[in-house]
Structure formats: structure tokens, C-alpha cells
Design a protein around this ligand. Structure first.
Ligand code: SME
Length: 160
């Protein structure tokens, strides 16, 4: 039914544009945020290589709570301001971390993780969730990845 066939070797801007089109198609007309986050996490996993974790933390009563994801079981609750996800939620800005071991307060959910990209999902000026991507590679993510996931977060803000 959903036969997306990403080419992971195409230029990143095109890869992300394709992924966002696929995400829009998946959430179209669907109001259930859990279903939408689950499909977006699966899509990120399908489109991007060298990830060991990809998914959502949702802002619930002032703290980040684990949402739909791909990868190993992860920390369930993250206080705003703590770790990479908490920094993204507190600041409302993307956190591009080439080496998580050098990030003060990094929360090691999966010991395999070496680099991380966390993008806030903002709706009506408030951080409602973050999208977290982890990689076992050092320096896996660059500015094009950040721009791509930011565009995804913007496109999904009304659906998650
Ligand atoms: N490493 C993250 C925690 C979430 S897991 O990686 C899935 C952090 O420091 O916020």
C-alpha cells in the first residue's frame, strides 16, 4: 500500500523533500497523533541510513515523555533542560551534536550512540514534541540533515 522507495544515495535536499512528501501522504486526513508519529518514525528509519534510534518525545505536563520510535527501548521521561532532547525542548532550537560524549549532560539511552540530531516540533509557538535521531557514527548529521528534519517537523506540526 505504502510503497516508498527511497534512494539513500540521492542528494540530501532531494531525499528530505521525498521523505516529507511521503510523510504528508501518510498523515493526510488522519487525526490520531500516535499513529502519525509512528508512521513518521518508520519513514525516517526507512529513508536515512546509519541510525540506531529515530523517533519522538512528546511534551506532557512540562516534561518530555517517550513517543513512537524505531530502535531499542529508550529512556521514558526526560526533564526539559536535560540531555540533548531536553536542550532542544528548553531552547526551542535544533541540537546538532557531532559527538554526544562531548555534550554536557547527554543521556545515554543506547551506548551505541555517538552523534545525535534533535529538532523541536513547534505548534502555536510552543514546543509540543522533539524529533530525535541517533547514530552509531560520529558526526553523522550535518546542516542539510538539520534543515531536512526541521522541514519535516514544520510539515508535521499539526499532525503529531
Ligand atoms: N540521548 C538523548 C536521550 C534520548 S535517547 O537517545 C533515545 C538525550 O541526551 O537527550
Amino acid at each position: 500500500m505504502f510503497d516508498f522507495q527511497p534512494d539513500p544515495d540521492q542528494p540530501k535536499p532531494e531525499l528530505y523533500a521525498d521523505m516529507i512528501n511521503a510523510a504528508k501522504a501518510l498523515v493526510d486526513g488522519e487525526p490520531d497523533s500516535v499513529a502519525n508519529m509512528a508512521n513518521v518514525a518508520a519513514l525516517i528509519w526507512q529513508y536515512l541510513h546509519d541510525l540506531n534510534w529515530a523517533g519522538f518525545y512528546r511534551m506532557v505536563d512540562g516534561e518530555l515523555v517517550l513517543g513512537p520510535f524505531m530502535g531499542k527501548p529508550a529512556c521514558i521521561r526526560i526533564p526539559v533542560g536535560q540531555g540533548v532532547c531536553g536542550a532542544a525542548a528548553a531552547s526551542g532550537t535544533t541540537q546538532l551534536v557531532p559527538d554526544v560524549h562531548a555534550f554536557p549532560g547527554h543521556i545515554a539511552c543506547d551506548g551505541e550512540t555517538n552523534s545525535e540530531l534533535v529538532v523541536p516540533v513547534i505548534r502555536d509557538g510552543e514546543v509540543i514534541a522533539v524529533i530525535d535521531l541517533d547514530s552509531p557514527l560520529h558526526n553523522r548529521f550535518d546542516e542539510e540533515d538539520a534543515a531536512g528534519i526541521e522541514a519535516l517537523a514544520l510539515a508535521m506540526a499539526e499532525s503529531v
